[in-house]
Every structure is written in structure tokens, then in C-alpha cells.
Design a protein. Structure first.
Ligand code: ATP
Length: 367
């Protein structure tokens, strides 16, 4: 089931009598989620991710725009008639009910011609429990489960209704680091097995990149870029997206283009074509630095962090905007630990230029 958001807008009225300022939580947001894909909705706190999700499921009414599931316009439909399964960060299980009763609960609310027999309900509850691998725990109460197990129950409860669309709001936030990793793989597996179109909200870019077929990056209620995680990482549309994706983050410098040469401070980095002389922001991904005595970017070394396979060189440069520059190099390219300065050659495909005012990407070709 494909999901289409068309010019979706949500404005909350002001609660502050003094300034009367409305909150534009989501602004003119359009995108299409292909059928059967897992889409990660990504952005910093307050950018409108949850509001978007709640509009898809019907808990919030849009101020403007439309939502389609397939060809059906569901904008005015009540949540219970949309065929969505929603999983929250805090599981929201009923504490006095067993796992089985929790999973059965949504089915018991089916009325009229949708009403199911007891046998069918049980069959579906066990099917959902098996899918998330908690069928051994059906008689326990939520308090007798780990956080990861509780989240699986919440997912089973969402799946048991056989939703057309599955919506996950920060489902891993309450889990410890190890369980987060494990559960995110589980979510990917379940999504693949069921083929349900899924929207996954998170502020954790690594999490979103690792499990999503597509990511959508949002900023202040506005969709910035959508695409395959690697494609967005390799080809960010603006400085915000470039900075938001990647660990360690992209290194940003004040630079300028002068007669076809990209300069950072006094260092000439690259000869480029088709960019008029101007001040620019230069973003360089950590994996774009290659230590080379003949390299053109000279940095002051602060320290080396050995990470096993890779080494992180922490250095500074007078034109860098961030206080430190972090470059990741192969351990085989190890530089001497006693060096005070290091010269880098920069991989051209790891350099991005951005307009100083709009922060939009400036594309260039290497001369
Ligand atoms: P987080 O990651 O912190 O959950 P988010 O990206 O999900 O953030 P939303 O919860 O969608 O962001 O909120 C977007 C904006 O709308 C924020 O500025 C928030 O304060 C505001 N907002 C959300 N719900 C309401 C509401 N019911 N009334 C007024 N403003 C709201």
C-alpha cells in the first residue's frame, strides 16, 4: 500500500496569550512512500516528525493538505478506520493484562461484520506473537518482561490487526544500546516478512540509515530531502542535511573559490570548474582525508584515537568552523604519533560546497 502525503501542513494555535504566535509544526510537506518500503522520518527534536506520523494515523487533523493510502483519500477518516498500526516509544501496554490479552485486545474491538470468532482471534494473536518471537511469553504480564520484549509485544499488538500501514514512533528509545541494535534488526526482519509499508520516526540518523529503504530528512517542519540513505549521504542537498547525516559528522570550513581554485585559508585544495569566485562553506566527510606529505590541506594534530581497524586523527585548522576536525583513516596509513602537523590530500567526491547565505549545495566539476 503506497502512502502519499500531499502538501501536508499542521499549525497549532498559540497557547501564549502575550505573543499569539502559532506553531507551524509541519509545512507544505509532500512525499510518496512506495508500497512495502520502510521509510525513516528523521530530524532533530521538534522538527515535526511525530506530528507527521500522527497525521498519517489520524490522531492529528492536518490544517491543510491530503493523505492517500493507495488511491483512497484518508484525510478525513477516523484513526480506527484507516487500517494503521501504531507503536509508541513507551510501549503503552495494559499492565494488568497478560501478553496474550494485550495482543488480543485490538481484535476484540472489531464490531459488526468485522467481528472475529474466538478461534480466529487466538490464531492471529499467536501468528503475530510468533513473528516477533514472543509466543513463549503469552501468559506473562508486561512487568515480567524486559524492555525489548515489551516493545515486541507492542509491535505484535499493532500487527495483529493486519494494518495497511505500520507507524513506529521512536520505538527503540527506551532500550539500552545492545537491545537497540538487536531490536532494530528485528524490526527490519518483521517489516520484510510482512511487506507492510512502514514509517519509522527517529532522531537517530545512524538508526534510520541502517534499517530504512528510504529516509526523509526534516527541519523545522519542512521536508529537506528524501532518498536511499547512501544516496542522501553521498549527495546532500544542503548544509543541514550534510551535517545531520554521518558519524563522525562532516567537517565544515570557511572557504572560497578564487579563479577556479578552491581555497581553505591559505591552502589550495582543488582546481574546479564552473563555480564563480565567492565565499563558500566547505564540507569534508571524515573518510575524505588521506594523509599525504604532498597533500594541500595542512592541519595541526591534537591527538590520534586508535579504533582498531581505523584511526581517527583529531586536528585543527584556522578556517574550520567546528573546533576540531575529525578524519578517519585506515590503520595501515598510520601516521607518526609524534607529528605536530599533518598534510591531507582530499578525495574530491567527499568535498561538498555550500552557498554562504542559503547553505544550498553548489555543484562543481574537478578540473
Ligand atoms: P521530538 O523528536 O522531540 O519528538 P518531533 O520532531 O517529533 O520532536 P513534534 O512533536 O512533531 O516534533 O513537534 C513539532 C513542533 O510542534 C514542535 O515545535 C512542538 O513544540 C510543536 N507541537 C507539537 N504538538 C503540539 C501541540 N499539541 N500544541 C502546540 N504545539 C505542538
Amino acid at each position: 500500500m503506497k502512502v502519499v502525503l500531499q502538501n501536508l501542513t499542521k499549525i497549532f494555535p498559540s497557547r501564549n496569550k502575550k505573543n499569539n504566535e502559532e506553531v507551524v509544526a509541519v509545512s507544505d510537506f509532500s512525499f510518496e512512500i512506495p508500497s512495502g518500503k520502510l521509510v525513516g522520518l528523521l530530524g532533530p527534536s521538534g522538527c515535526g516528525k511525530s506530528t507527521t506520523l500522527y497525521m498519517i494515523c489520524g490522531l492529528q487533523k492536518p490544517t491543510g493538505g491530503k493523505i492517500f493510502f493507495g488511491e483512497d483519500d484518508v484525510t478525513e477518516l477516523e484513526p480506527e478506520n484507516r487500517g494503521v498500526g501504531l507503536v509508541f516509544q513507551n510501549y503503552s501496554l495494559y499492565p494488568h493484562m497478560t501478553v496474550k490479552q494485550n495482543i488480543l485486545f485490538p481484535l476484540q474491538n472489531f464490531k459488526g461484520e468485522n467481528k472475529l470468532s474466538k478461534e480466529v482471534m487466538l490464531e492471529r494473536a499467536y501468528e503475530a506473537a510468533k513473528l516477533v518471537q514472543i509466543d513463549e511469553l503469552m501468559e506473562r504480564k508486561p512487568s515480567e518482561l524486559s524492555g525489548g520484549q515489551q516493545q515486541r509485544v507492542a509491535i505484535a499488538r499493532a500487527l495483529v490487526k493486519m494494518p495497511r500501514v505500520l507507524l513506529l514512533d521512536e520505538p527503540l528509545s527506551n532500550l539500552d544500546a545492545r537491545l537497540r541494535l538487536q531490536t532494530r534488526e528485528e524490526i527490519k526482519r518483521i517489516q520484510k516478512e510482512t511487506g507492510i509499508t512502514t514509517v519509522f520516526v527517529t532522531h537517530d540518523q545512524e538508526e534510520a540509515m541502517s534499517i530504512s529503504d528510504l529516509i526523509v530528512v526534516m527541519k523545522l517542519g519542512v521536508g529537506q530531502q528524501m532518498g536511499h540513505p547512501q544516496a542522501v549521504y553521498d549527495d546532500p542537498i544542503n548544509l543541514f542535511v550534510a551535517k545531520f547525516l554521518g558519524t563522525p559528522p562532516i567537517n565544515v570550513f570557511n572557504g572560497r573559490v578564487e579563479k577556479g581554485v578552491l581555497m581553505i585559508g591559505d591552502d589550495s585544495i582543488l582546481s574546479i570548474k564552473d563555480v564563480p569566485d565567492q565565499e563558500v562553506f566547505v564540507g569534508i566527510r571524515p573518510e575524505g582525508f588521506i594523509p599525504d606529505e604532498a597533500g594541500t590541506l595542512e592541519c595541526q594534530v591534537s591527538n590520534l584515537e586508535v579504533m582498531g581497524r581505523d584511526i581517527s586523527i583529531v586536528s585543527t585548522h584556522e578556517a574550520a568552523i567546528s573546533p576540531i576536525i575529525r578524519s578517519i583513516i585506515d590503520a595501515d596509513d598510520m601516521i607518526s604519533g609524534s607529528l605536530k602537523t599533518v598534510r591531507f590530500r582530499i578525495k574530491p567526491n567527499k568535498i561538498f560546497l555550500f552557498n554562504k547565505t542559503t547553505e544550498e549545495r553548489i555543484r562543481f566539476e574537478v578540473k
